[in-house]
Design a protein around this ligand. Structure first.
Ligand code: GLC
Length: 434
């Protein structure tokens, strides 16, 4: 091999080593512990809150109505959520049985909900309110012992250095100012602030990756370096990305949007199911950010079924609420939280710490499992005799709510037939099988 050949060989060899190093991610002990805790927690509350709440049209208002970004930004000067009471939020969320809160730290509109030093377009510098929302909520979460996760948008409709994707193209930004390096540094500096100044952060929840899914040349978000930064700052912090793809190395949880793992009603849930802890996010009404006209809240039975079916898939439910511009959670949302809490107080044992049961989600309901006990959640079956497949010999079948034993017959074809008590008025009729 001549000199040039050696040089080329060397370069190719180094490049392959480098790529390999990037592809290999070994989560730390702390991270594995967080994953386990996350997987066991099963239920979290998502909060989409920012200056978009003031328009009462959901968080996509700026892009959907092609609002000029400078005009839109004027809303910040009127943002004064004087009824924001972090203690009341966290208490209501905890009482619902949720184990974590995920707040939008900065959504696609680019407004930051903390006193970032990277831009003046933030809650402390640009609003008359002037208080750091992330700090107030983080302190309260830590005080009340509930995890705080932070949503962070990869895309930005306001910053001109953000390289244009397929949304936010008609809001008045100057394309010639796109500058990935500047934007990437901005994001990493912001993430450093979030992971340095607010105590323990349970997860960073990325969104917006899909903005570049139609690029002619695949867009390089340089995720590996960003993920490594997060894990360096807080090894236990989970990284999740709502990119609708199979997880990338460096991600610790897999996110599904408005679909249970394995379902694809939205058309964008085409990813496979990985071995990572899973999470499905869903709205309580129809919108993520506050929408004044949307009072179409899911009923309590619908929400309980959703939670149970999600657990039956082995996933967590991240249930969204859009707080009002005045800082309050909508009254109906509070009522729903309260009612879910009442149910969780009684049935939480059949949800927390469980994995998917031995039967996949069925027409009649779902199954969860913990410590050798199978929980059969009958959500949709009105009759008396109930037959299901089982593995091996069944010792007993109990009605979970009353603790009473139920009669059953073990059949030759690896099924059992259970005689159920009347349960028409129960949302989730739970049996305990061992
Ligand atoms: C979508 C939307 C976004 C929302 C998110 C929540 O990606 O763009 O507005 O925050 O879903 O899952």
């Amino acid at each position: 091999m001549n000199k040039l050949g050696i040089l080329i060989f060397g370069a190719v060899f180094m490049a392959s080593v480098f790529v390999q190093a990037q592809d290999t991610y070994y989560p730390s002990e702390e991270n594995l512990k967080s994953r386990k805790e996350f997987a066991e927690s099963k239920f979290g509350i998502f909060l989409h809150w920012g200056i978009y709440s003031m328009f009462g049209q959901g968080e996509w208002y700026m892009q959907n109505e092609n609002i000029n970004f400078k005009e839109y930004a004027k809303a910040a000067d009127g943002f004064y959520p004087h009824r924001f009471d972090p203690a009341a939020w966290v208490s209501a969320i905890k009482a619902a049985g949720a184990k974590y809160v995920c707040l939008t730290s900065r959504h696609h509109d680019g407004f930051s909900m903390w006193g970032t030093k990277q831009s003046k377009y933030n809650i402390v510098d640009a609003t008359p309110y002037g208080k750091d929302i992330i700090k107030l909520l983080a302190d309260e979460c830590h005080k009340q012992g509930i995890k705080l996760h932070l949503y962070y948008s990869h895309l930005d409709w306001t910053r001109e250095d953000y390289p244009w994707g397929r949304t936010g193209l008609h809001v008045g930004r100057d394309k010639s100012k796109n500058n990935w390096q500047s934007y990437y540094n901005f994001m990493n500096n912001q993430l450093t602030e979030l992971l340095t100044n607010y105590g323990e952060i349970g997860a960073i929840w990325f969104d917006g990756h899909w903005d570049h899914d139609e690029d002619a040349t695949p867009f390089d978000w340089e995720l590996d370096t960003q993920y490594a930064l997060i894990h360096k700052l807080q090894p236990g912090c989970l990284v999740g990305n709502n990119h609708h793809l199979n997880p990338y190395p460096g991600e610790d949880i897999q996110i599904f949007e408005r679909d249970l793992p394995g379902e694809n009603t939205t058309g964008w849930s085409k990813a496979g199911i990985s071995k990572l802890p899973l999470e499905t996010c869903e709205t309580m009404n129809g919108m993520w950010g506050y929408k004044v006209s949307d009072q179409n809240y899911k009923s309590v039975p619908e929400l309980i079924r959703l939670l149970v079916n999600t657990a039956g898939k082995g996933a967590n439910l991240l249930l969204n609420i859009g707080p009002q511009p005045n800082g309050e959670l909508p009254e109906i949302a509070l009522k729903r939280l309260h009612d879910i809490g009442t149910w969780m107080n009684q049935y939480g044992e059949t949800i927390y710490g469980t994995t998917a049961g031995s039967l996949p989600v069925q027409e009649w309901g779902a199954t969860t499992c913990k410590g050798g006990v199978e929980y059969i959640h009958i959500l949709n079956y009105k009759y008396t005799y109930f037959t299901i497949p089982v593995k091996g010999k069944i010792k007993e079948v109990k009605e979970f709510a009353s603790g009473k034993l139920l009669n059953f017959k073990q059949n030759k074809d690896n099924t059992i037939t259970i005689k159920l008590n009347p349960h028409d008025d129960v949302v989730d009729y739970v049996l305990e099988i061992r």
